[in-house]
Design a protein around this ligand. Sequence first.
Ligand code: PMP
Length: 290
Amino acid sequence: MGLTIFLDGEFVDKEHAKVSVFDHGLLYGDGIFEGIRAYGRKVFRLDAHLDRLYAGLKKIRLSPPMAKEDLKKKILETLKRNDLDDAYIRVVVTRGVGDLGLDPRKCGKPTVFIIADKIALYPREFYTKGLPIVIAKTRRNHPSSMPPEVKSLNYLNSIFGKMDAIDAGTDEAIMLTTDGYVAECTGDNIFIARNGKLSTPPYEIGSLDGITQNVVIQLAGEAGIKIKRDMLTPDDLYAADECFLTGTAAEVIPVISVNGTLIAGGIPGKITIAMMNAFSELTGIEGVKY
Ligand code: PMP
């Protein structure tokens, strides 16, 4: 049996899960999305993802088409109907169908869909050997142009960054702010370790307020590792003892080089490994059951 998708109040087969070409999510990227993970029939940090989604909707002045608790129930039901133990969940709310103009007031009703599918994991060797990354040529959107806390459907800025990574023969790239500070990667947040302490950039400068990033901040605190929100430059990366990335899809992944310069001698560092282990332990025990 194929996938069952939740679309605008109904559960439909993947083949019938279609949206209009007049949907402003498609025409203009006008909408919000979330990527969520389930581990062993438990959804990890579901409330945090829903809170970020609803904060994004508020920011783009889109009245939520359903209450948070109802959307939560539909996410859990989508997982159950697809009988998935481990899953990647995509929740999307668009401005809905309108005309060919930008005016969001012309869109009558938001489109909502939930896809729950198997997860395509990064190759295991990235986690043991670490990931080489580069600094993207493309700069991160300026926060005054695109509020960084909004996980909008318009991801072209990240896609340009991803193409910079691909051009350099790597899988991920660091995106700097317009004034040259480290913001984040195209789809992950970034941490460095120096002298036994962790640093990660403040989201206000232009990165997503990452849920995995916040989990790592919590785990570091519990492990007694000092952690600070810091303005970081490319030189701070090159001089770091360790570097790793965090994201719902990537989890915690070691970085072993930036633009060809080896970090930590090219092997995943101690704090990185401790955070990877603590994260994996937490996802095994915490979550909303379905
Ligand atoms: N930054 C960007 C640009 C992202 O798209 C994501 C999510 N893929 C992240 C960071 C990581 O955020 P989270 O841990 O909430 O998935």
